[in-house]
Ligand binder design. Structure first.
Ligand code: ATP
Ligand code: MG
Length: 573
């Protein structure tokens, strides 16, 4: 991020994760002259998600810790699924997370060099062109306990292979007619080593190289090669690539490349969501969500729009640490991180989230009178100051804050009861006014003039304080209350009986509730001017102004509730 901070005091205080231990060993052994160079290698085929954030924090954090560098490398070897829209969003998201890369590279820039690597393998008798169909190749592959069978094309001569491979490049064959395979070991217990395909024919337009190529290297013949070209010292990837490591090293050895070291760590999985670009893309394309940046999505764009700060995401990645085994992290931890930060930083404001709020008419408060109440912005932070909140004879309160027949210990408002209106006066409910249908339309109340907050001489003690918004000053807003996108902990997993299930059927039907609200005028003014971003609606949660806001109707997204209501809900249900 900023300057390198190989902070030995800080390191001494905590236990190093296993990757730091490996890097320490490499440095002690004098490898790479003590240099640490990592890369973050997204495929630009979707928006980044919070799992990528973990990888970003790890790669950039590690380089930073050792005074090293990190490349941003687009792993763009699959022309069909990739797009510059994704490249732009990825750069934006990495920067937003607070990281700046040393170099911006593209695997596609190396296509010529990677092609030359392939020719050199052919020349060494270590690669061959195979005319078999995909089915034949799969059938010959064997099983983990049975060796594979060699293809009938395995022993083609170097010259024939070179000629065929060059013709593949020249576009002489249709898609799928031939592939180039590395000649490793058809009997290896590691299936990845059973003559993996390293080039395929694909007559497709690439978002960067256009129509220059009709053959493209496979992941295993592009990723490690790109690492080597960039002299990456430590190539950090997720656990599913562990079985690819012998192949990664085989290519380094046979092609005599820079010896980048691949190290695998556990991918981040989060409860109540899915974490794969392919699945997230389906949610977008099938319109289960409004887009990649829908605030319910686990994408960085979605989480940002939801109101998460980059600091809270870095904090989360720090807390989950680096593991060697896959696990499922409770999304409650992510929520905890943002709640903790916003509790310190977010100004409190009043909003009544109710389409039909309850109107209080304070009968002994003069018609037309108006007072400005000074209400502190954040009790956690005296330096946040106070703001002006207009008060008048009529105020809205939440319908939930009144009960006609309250149970014991209901400390809010009820007939004959008293509460304090936050930052204003104590009021008493004198009369409940109903319409013909029996629905309460307003409460007629009286206020205690001596009870003004800050100069209360009334001697009256009330147990409840409720929030309110002055009717003539209230600004109407739309509020979007988000809940978890899925109603089960692990929607990507099979059902309890082990049957595969369609994750889209597990979408929480109540993941978005849109309500009308009445908010303090100060809120809208401040958020519109950009001087306020994250706010707390008192007693309601943390919110952020959404990009869908118009001059006529501000829109707020709920980032997170004040307390973890989910666990309680689950128990009730
Ligand atoms: P997805 O399956 O979501 O498409 P991916 O691994 O194909 O993910 P890439 O764009 O190839 O996505 O990933 C870029 C980097 O981010 C890789 O190094 C990858 O290992 C890492 N990464 C991807 N998902 C996670 C995750 N859930 N947790 C940690 N790191 C991840
Ligand atoms: Mg990938």
């Amino acid at each position: 991020m900023t300057d390198a901070h190989y902070d030995s005091d800080e390191r001494a205080e905590r236990s190093l994760n296993f990757i730091e231990q490996i890097v320490d060993e490499d440095i002690a052994a004098g490898k790479n002259g003590g240099r640490v160079h990592t890369r973050f290698p997204p495929e630009p085929n979707g928006y980044l998600h919070i799992g990528h954030a973990k990888s970003i924090c790890l790669n950039f954090g590690l380089a930073d810790e050792y005074g090293g560098q990190t490349n941003l490398r687009f792993d763009d070897t699959n022309p069909v699924t990739e797009d510059t829209e994704y490249v732009d969003s990825i750069k934006n998201d990495v920067r937003w997370l607070g990281f700046e890369w040393e170099n911006e590279f593209y695997a596609s820039n190396y296509f010529e060099q990677i092609y030359q690597f392939a020719e050199s393998l052919i020349q060494k008798g270590l690669a061959y062109v195979d005319d078999s169909t995909a089915e034949e190749i799969a059938a010959q592959k064997g099983t983990p306990t049975e060796p594979g069978r060699p293809s009938q094309y395995r022993d083609r001569s170097v010259d024939e292979n070179l000629d065929l491979f060059r013709r593949m490049r020249a576009g002489d064959y249709p898609d799928g007619a031939k592939v180039l395979r590395a000649k490793v070991d058809m009997a290896s217990p590691n299936m990845q080593l059973r003559d993996p395909i390293i080039y395929r024919i694909k007559h497709a337009h690439h978002h960067r190289t256009g129509d220059a190529w009709c053959i493209y290297p496979m992941y295993d013949f592009a990723h490690g090669q790109s690492d080597a070209i960039e002299h990456i010292t430590h190539s950090l990837c997720t656990l599913e690539f562990e079985v690819h490591r012998p192949l990664y090293e085989w290519f380094i050895q046979k092609l005599d490349l820079f010896p980048s070291r691949q190290i695998e760590f556990a991918r981040l999985n989060l409860t109540y969501t899915v974490m794969s670009k392919r699945k997230l893309k389906q949610l977008v394309e099938e319109k289960h969500v409004s887009g990649w940046d829908d605030p319910r999505m686990p994408t960085i764009a979605g989480i940002r729009r939801r109101g998460y700060t980059s600091a809270s995401i870095r904090e989360f990645c720090d807390r989950i640490g680096i593991a060697k085994r896959d696990n499922l992290i409770d999304v409650g931890l992510l929520e905890f991180c943002i709640r903790e930060e916003l509790n310190r930083t977010a100004p409190r404001l009043m909003a009544v989230l109710d389409e039909k709020p309850l109107k209080l008419v304070i009968t002994n408060y003069e018609l037309g009178r108006e007072e400005i109440m000074q209400i502190e912005n954040n009790p956690e932070d005296p330096s946040a100051g106070a703001r002006d909140v207009p008060f008048s004879r009529e105020v809205y309160i939440e319908r939930d804050d009144f009960m006609e027949n309250p149970p014991k210990k209901f400390f809010r408002l009820f007939p004959g009861g008293m509460v304090r209106l936050k930052g204003a006066y104590i009021i008493k409910c004198d009369e409940v006014v109903k319409d013909n249908a029996g629905e309460i339309i307003e409460l007629r109340c009286s206020y205690i003039p001596e009870s003004r907050s800050g100069s209360d001489t009334s001697g009256i003690n009330v147990k409840g304080t409720i929030h309110w918004v002055s009717v003539p000053h209230a600004v109407e807003a739309e509020v979007r209350l988000y809940d978890r996108l899925f109603s089960v902990e692990n929607p990507a997993a099979d059902d309890p009986e082990g049957r595969p299930r369609d994750f889209k059927e597990l979408i929480n039907p109540n993941s978005l509730e849109t309500v009308r609200a009445f908010v303090e005028p100060a809120l809208v003014k401040a958020t519109r001017s950009g001087s306020l971003t994250n706010v707390q609606f008192m007693r309601k949660g943390y919110f952020i102004l959404d990009q869908d806001s118009t001059d006529a109707l501000p829109v707020f997204n709920r980032t997170v509730t004040l307390k973890d209501g989910w666990a309680k809900e689950q128990k009730k249900g």
